[in-house]
Design a protein around this ligand. Structure first.
Ligand code: CAA
Length: 389
């Protein structure tokens, strides 16, 4: 990136970016391959990231966060993702899917109790919308919450929950009035120590293997009314608003993965020789490098635009769904394009576990799937642009 052009980056932005880069290099790089292989959750480094302020970047200091803006968040996340996409998604879910929802829709008590713990890294947060039969069509969920006096009784099965196996608190979406469809969904903050709450088996995954993903099972889980997030029936809007923020995080994650694969490739094409010259001197490889670099920088601009739109929304209240969807769509497809090219450029070594290139390739794929597939991003963009559906 031509940094001299980005005059809107403040000293604070550069500081958190450099701190994240430094931390990722020193603390995460040495363990990333090992945790990818074992699939274990990297608890120690995640805790240290909390101590560094990375788990609540946009949360005001009064609630235990770092009190910075969305640009600071994407800059830091990109640096973590450059080294390990698993740490990056855990960070993204805590910051966007958990913190942002509570900050925007929570009561003062909820912020003091749950936000403080997750933003400071003492606790891990999760977000639970998807069900076995409700993924892209998120409004069709079957899980039910029924009010009984001062409690709601929650029943249902949720799936594909990032950090599900380890989360202390989960924001979960359930039907309170099924006949009202979208308008009958309500959000709750659930303490995972509540009786009736259990975690399903950890999903074995192609990539982001050190991040933990599972089903969550709710069997007559009694949740006090004060743990309802927002009003009854407001859940779908909360889910969508929060996902808009989440998609910016995933875009930054995808950018980091792409950059890592690109940097490895750029170096490799100058060192590796074939037919008497560096392989980068062959147009077939050189043009790949050109396309990789161009798409990465274009993705970065879309992500910064989305971060600025989200920042602006804090004062205007305006939705940033379009900017977030475009950033996520383009950055995730860029990550896939770049990592695919990186494996090809590295040849056999790209396929070998001796280098991290194959990990980048495996990690990139999920960015086109979670927090709204590429198809859903296209649907969001085209609906917003044309008004048609
Ligand atoms: N912000 C605020 N409100 C929104 C909104 C947004 N981004 N998107 C929709 N809404 C509102 C609409 O305005 C509408 O409100 P009214 O009824 O008042 O008019 C209401 O929500 C219903 O909207 P739609 O009619 O557009 O709803 P739809 O059923 O057609 O679905 C969708 C829209 C875009 C397809 C949506 O369902 C969607 O985003 N699906 C993908 C879900 C997703 O991303 N899942 C990932 C889960 S998280 C995960 O991946 C796991 C993890 O742990 C990381």
């Amino acid at each position: 990136m031509n940094e001299s052009l980005f005059s809107f980056l403040t000293d604070e932005h550069r500081m958190i970016r450099d701190a994240a880069r430094d931390f990722a290099q020193k603390e995460i790089a040495p363990i990333a391959a090992e945790f990818d292989e074992s699939g274990d959750f990297p608890r120690e480094t995640i805790q240290k990231m909390g101590e560094m302020g990375f788990m609540g970047i946009e949360v005001p200091e009064e609630y235990g966060g770092a009190g910075m803006d969305t640009l600071a968040y994407v800059l830091a996340l990109e640096e973590i993702a450059k080294v390990d996409a698993s740490h990056a998604v855990i960070m993204s879910v805590n910051n966007s899917l958990f913190n942002y929802g509570i900050l925007k829709f929570g009561t003062e008590e909820q912020k003091q109790k749950y936000l403080r713990a997750v933003a400071s890294g003492e606790a891990i947060g999760a977000y639970s919308l998807t069900e076995p039969m409700s993924g892209s069509d998120a409004g069709t969920m079957r899980s039910r919450a029924v009010r009984e006096g001062d409690y709601y009784i929650l029943n249902g099965r949720k799936s594909w929950v990032t950090s599900g196996p380890v989360a202390d608190y989960v924001v979960v979406f359930m039907m309170t009035e099924p006949e009202k469809k979208h308008k009958g969904i309500t959000a709750f903050i659930v303490d995972t120590n509540t009786p009736g709450f259990t975690r399903g088996k950890k999903e074995p995954k192609l990539g982001i293997r050190a991040s933990a993903t599972s089903e969550l099972l709710f069997e007559n889980v009694r949740v006090p009314v004060e743990n309802r997030l927002g009003e009854e029936g407001q859940g779908f809007k909360i889910a969508m608003t929060v996902l808009d923020a989440g998609r910016i995080g995933i875009a930054a994650q995808a950018l980091g993965i792409a950059e890592a694969a690109y940097e490895a490739s750029r170096q490799y094409v100058t060192e590796r020789e074939a037919f008497g010259k560096p392989i980068g001197a062959f147009q077939g490889t050189g043009f790949k490098i050109a396309d990789m670099k161009t798409r990465i920088e274009a993705a970065r601009l879309l992500i910064y635009q989305a971060a600025l739109a989200k920042e602006q929304s804090k004062t205007t209240g305006k939705r940033f769904s379009l900017e977030a969807a475009m950033a996520k769509l383009f950055a995730s497809e860029t990550a896939m394009f770049v990592t695919h090219a990186a494996v090809q450029i590295h040849g056999g070594m790209g396929y070998s576990k001796e280098l991290p290139v194959e990990r980048y390739f495996r990690d990139a794929k999920i960015t086109e799937i979670y927090e709204g597939t590429s198809e859903i991003q296209r649907l969001v963009i085209s609906r917003l642009e044309t008004g048609l559906r």
